[in-house]
Design a binder for this molecule. Sequence first.
Ligand code: FAD
Ligand code: SIN
Length: 526
Amino acid sequence: MNREADFLVIGSGVAGLSYALKVAEFGRVTLVTKGTLDESNTTYAQGGISAVTYDPDSFEKHVQDTLTCGAGMCNEEAVRMVVREAPAQIRQLVQWGAEFDLNSQGAYDLHREGGHSEHRILHHKDSTGAEVQRALIQQARAHRNIEILEHHFAIDLVTQHHLGKMVRRYTPDTACYGAYVLDLQTQQVGTFLARITVLATGGTGNVYHTTTNPPVATGDGTAMVYRAKGVVENMAYVQFHPTALYNAGDRPSFLITEALRGFGALLRTKDGREFMHKYDERGALAPRDIVARAIDNEMKMRGDDFVYLDVTHKPADEIRQHFPNICKKCLSIGIDVAKDYIPVAPAAHYICGGVRVNLDGLSSIKNLYAVGETACTGLHGANRLASNSLIEAVVYADRAAKRSLQDVGSAALQQGIPDWDYEGTSHPEEMVLIAQSYKEVQQIMSYYVGIVRSNIRLERAFARLGILYKETEQLYRVSTLTQQLCELRNLIQLGYLIIKEAYAMRESRGLHYSIDYPPKKAEREA
Ligand code: FAD
Ligand code: SIN
């Protein structure tokens, strides 16, 4: 069924929901999400949300920690803006009903994570994202101006291209009029027109075989913008979380929050030796790219599938009080965190790159905003500081809402957009082809474009992915659309963008590490 709204929001994580709540007072919002409302990276976020609250912390310290972690690639203006506006957005989340833990004096109980010089992470036990998501869902469901459509998959943006004007490359006139959306229950594609369209489609973890991201994280928004000839950047910077629980067969991989290392957990090889001090004087609390590479190196040198995280020296009651969710999960597979070491290995976790946006979340395409993980705001540069992404999402949702409320009056609903063309397509007979190609993409990316890269590995990945690209485009042209086929196509395009940008780099920087361009000693120690 076709639809019209003032605002079309694609995605129901922290970014999409908080944007929707901010604009809903002023116009009709249609919010589509491809799974249930709560299936998002946000729901899985553990450690917390960073913001400066009390002395001795300061905006300047948070800014400097973010810039240092970003390895010279942050947009300082964006960093200063997010840090400054973070406390107000925390208050907004609290007003919406999100609860953050307090200490015995009634002040926020602040955690510390890798790369932070102060305790500044607000949290709700070890399931902060689920708490934020719960509060936002409750507000959004209650809002009469927000129409929520679960199990609706956005396939592509509607642009001039669909008015018969072939768009071969980006021009400043490129505009977005909404999106084509597949109703996963009826399998019909609707034309969803809007004055303002907002991409809040989240991460891309599933481009890799092992990831902390749920299956919905297939980078659809970024792929859509790339196909619409919008600007996408910084895709080479993929963050691997150092400590995902090693439990073969778990998808997504269960995260063991960095806050556990902030709490004092140590990393040990299988024979019990602490190893992080060989790599960095900050030990287990070095920025996560350094920790992930160190673990990767130890595993490769020793031929092991995991290392251990050890928190057994801390009081059992404190561990259980701060990390109940982790204790419960570990216990379910026979590990008592207070007594046993936890097997962990790195997993794809976050992408710093995405749809390029300005300080108001506006993309290079008119009337199209991108917020949250799908956006590249310049906050993270070449490496994201832990717990800086939930806050980025709410700050940018607020900025995008304010800016789009200024613009919505002058953005008309576009007439003359054709319905989706089903001609010449039929249901793919062999779904196994799609499933197998999906796995192949993940294997190619994991083996050749992972934590440590080289030119030869990237060339090989590019060639292998090229074959999958041709096969999948051919299938796409003749098939009725399915979610799996669309996601496969998006993953291939993201893989291509990651490889292309990584290959063009003639240095190791932040999250991109190539053995062909080892960092100079001074950079390594920075
Ligand atoms: P998401 O929350 O991922 O939401 C994306 C939404 O878009 C989903 O609803 C999805 O279904 C929908 N969607 C996607 N494609 C389509 C489509 N084609 N059509 C329709 N709907 C679509 N960050 C922190 O700051 N602190 C943390 O402690 C933290 N811990 C984390 C722990 C884990 C395990 C993970 C995976 C991430 C963590 N992060 C953390 C990162 C952070 O959770 C995410 O960056 C952030 O939640 C992204 O929010 P978002 O709204 O942009 O996207
Ligand atoms: C974690 O809790 O370790 C994840 C924090 C983040 O990804 O920002």
